[in-house]
Design a protein around this ligand. Sequence first.
Ligand SMILES: [Zn+2]
Length: 189
Amino acid sequence: MQKMLCAALRYTARSARLCSSYVKETRFLFELKENDDACRQALKSGSFYLFHNLSPLVHKSGNGFYAPAVSGTDLMQVLSSCGKEKVNLEDSILVGCSDSSIAKFALDVGSFEKSALEQKFPGKFTDIRSAVVKIDGEDGSLLSRAQSLLRWHDMHQYCSKSGKPTQKNVSGSKRVCPSNGIIYYPQVS
Ligand SMILES: [Zn+2]
């Protein structure tokens, strides 16, 4: 009886801890989604999942696969050595955060030559379906959510009413048409 109670208490303490870190993460993400300046700040210390025309970068390590998360500094360094295309970290979209409140972003670097990037980054740009099959757990679902979001932004670059270019907020939680103020929100399952 005593033993069972102890186990139950331990379990409760653990779920309370998990729950409070979940609340913290949710608040942090909400702040970044709504506040462009906060999100800009988070871009500086964030980590980046890379996509090439909607195919995520996937690296094989031992028996498993994972999606490398690159720091902003490393990313800019590698990209500037791979081509002359202009890259703005603000083109990234926010996809989540770590337990320690490091923001996670996704960026599509499809304007760069794929083979040049694959020589510099660990891994290969892989079709999303085989990527999600290879990577289990949280990273796999994060990648597929990131890909849906990137695809949504790609398809909503123009306002459906005025035909004018829409602008993404920093986190990518919405796009706004500057000419008529219509706000587009991604609906991602
Ligand atoms: Zn419009």
